[in-house]
Design a protein around this ligand. Structure first.
Ligand SMILES: Nc1ncnc2c1ncn2[C@@H]1O[C@H](COP(=O)(O)OP(=O)(O)OP(=O)(O)O)[C@@H](O)[C@H]1O
Ligand SMILES: [Mg+2]
Length: 499
């Protein structure tokens, strides 16, 4: 009994001592006037705690979240890691997650496999082993309507402390590079447009571009034009594609401007498709008349991705940019009106008239902002290059001019072989007649192609060529009738008749 009482009193005394020490420590801590001393204690305790933790658990982790900082769009790093892990995880993971990713060549959608939530996989890099974990957290409660209501996924990378430099400076960049390459391989190329979707215009919808899969079948080997000119263009595109080092060396933004000009139906738009297919790039078809302000134009530029062609079709018909530059006062007035419109993200809602100025467009193409992103072609198409402001088409903005012209003998041979495949079109007597007529008459490739297209099962090379010859003869007669000499002769004839 005495022992129990002694122990009880000893325990009581100990608790009193501990409490007094704790109270004193708290008082001292709270009353430490000298802030540096307080920081010194805090640092020391933290350091010791970290050292202790490193002994107990020497593994570090790095997290790649699907939506960084509450953004609506999923993060590039997350997507790259996910793609990279398809090469690692599918071997060893038991539970996979399947997502659709279109193939480049069209056809059925390809499934991209990644680790399902809760799965874990090991990877090796330069002798070090790292581990990837897939997990997810519920979406934020305050998610606005267009945020994804799905779980927010993340990948956690764990590695030994001794591999910190290797992982952060070499392994992670390697993973991102590889992931990007896989994404490029698997991606469905896209055709973007800036035509705005009114149904999403509630002020939250962030995408300024909408897109559809880009599946245009035209390639350079299906484009009728002078072979030397075609080769020159393809070489130029190759130089551009492989020009990263060159552009860095000379300090130029990695972009190039093409001006495609020629009469309607000579293949300007088709050339853009062939270029995109050749380079494996996305296409941004920018409808300038739908862009309300220079600010909106800049936003569109910022939202484009690398490895893309930005096309301005029929630039001579777009706004006032074809003519001369407008005065500074006029442009300033427009900008003031934009500000008065209120919403800078959807400017011009009240006024549908586009207020993009020539200087806005010039800056877009060759100003400071044009250097954001890389590997980008800018293409203008026009029927009237002479109408364009010289500033818009000077070198540096439009670096290469390509004339798309009427069908010549060579292009005709090419189109005949392509359209009348399987038949000896060149051996037909009308082939030479049509070729000779094309030397005299201007006809655009779209019309030549149309006449050479079989219209019924019974159509053969002869009937197609006969149709083309008839059309060429008719065009020749019309051309002759419209010549000034013919008009003068007609006027003289009419004068004699007293008409
Ligand atoms: N050089 C060509 N080679 C093969 N096909 C061509 C060529 N030019 C035109 N075509 C065919 O003609 C059609 C129209 O061509 P496209 O739309 O490219 O002409 P365009 O020059 O852009 O005309 P526009 O100035 O009216 O926009 C396309 O379907 C294309 O396949
Ligand atoms: Mg066109």
């Amino acid at each position: 009994m005495m022992d129990a009482l002694a122990a009880y009193s000893w325990f009581g005394q100990l608790s009193v001592v501990v409490s007094v020490v704790a109270v004193c420590w708290t008082m001292v801590w709270q009353n430490l006037e000298h802030i540096r001393l307080q920081q010194f204690f805090a640092r020391n305790i933290n350091r010791r705690a970290r050292r202790l933790a490193a002994i107990v658990d020497p593994y570090l982790s790095l997290t790649f979240e699907e939506y960084e900082g509450g953004r609506i769009k999923s993060s590039d790093a997350f997507k790259e890691v996910r793609s990279y892990l398809t090469t690692v995880s599918t071997r060893d993971v038991r539970h996979l997650r399947a997502e659709c990713a279109g193939t480049r060549d069209g056809g059925a959608d390809k499934l991209v496999l990644s680790m399902a939530k809760g799965e874990e996989v090991a990877d090796a890099f330069r002798g070090a082993t790292v581990w990837w974990f897939a997990d997810a957290v519920p979406p934020p409660r305050d998610a606005v309507p267009y945020w994804s209501r799905a779980e927010r996924r993340y990948f956690r990378l764990e590695f030994h402390e001794s591999h910190r430099d290797l992982v952060l400076n070499h392994y992670v960049p390697h993973v991102r590079r590889q992931g990007r390459a896989i994404m490029v391989q698997n991606r469905q190329r896209r055709l973007y447009t800036n035509i705005h979707r009114e149904d999403y215009d509630d002020g939250w919808y962030e995408d300024v571009w909408t897109h559809v899969p880009f599946d245009h079948p035209k390639t350079f080997d299906k484009l009728a034009m002078d072979p030397a000119k075609k080769k020159e263009i393809m070489d130029d595109l190759d130089m551009f594609r492989n020009g990263k080092e060159y552009h860095n060396r000379v300090g130029k933004a990695w972009k190039r401007g093409y001006l495609l000009y020629g009469p309607p139906g000579t293949g300007k738009s088709t050339m853009v498709a062939a270029m995109a297919n050749y380079l494996d790039y996305d296409v941004y078809d920018l409808e300038l008349t739908s862009v309300k302000t220079n600010t909106e134009l800049r936003k569109l530029l910022i939202e484009t991705k690398s490895k893309s062609i930005m096309v301005f079709e029929d630039i001579d018909c777009s706004l006032g940019v074809a003519g001369k530059r407008r005065s500074k006062e006029e442009e300033d007035k427009d900008v003031e009106e934009d500000m008065a419109d209120g919403d800078p993200r959807r400017p011009g809602k009240k006024d549908a008239r586009s207020k993009v100025t020539l200087s806005g467009l010039l800056n877009f193409i060759d100003g400071l902002w044009s250097a954001c992103g890389e590997e980008r072609l800018i293409v203008f198409t026009t029927n009237h290059p002479e109408k364009l402001d010289p500033a818009l088409i000077r070198t540096g903005r439009m670096d290469k001019w390509i004339e798309m012209s009427y069908c010549d003998a060579e292009s005709f041979g090419f189109l005949a072989r392509m359209h009348l495949d399987g038949e000896d079109a060149e051996g037909h007597e009308l082939f030479g007649v049509a070729r000779a007529l094309l030397e005299e008459v201007n006809m655009v490739p779209v019309d030549v192609g149309e006449h050479l297209t079989r219209k019924s099962v019974g159509d053969d090379a002869g009937s197609c060529l006969a149709r083309l010859v008839a059309a060429l003869e008719k065009a020749k007669e019309e051309e002759a009738a419209n010549k000034p000499e013919a008009a003068a002769a007609r006027a003289e004839e009419d004068g004699k008749k007293g008409v």
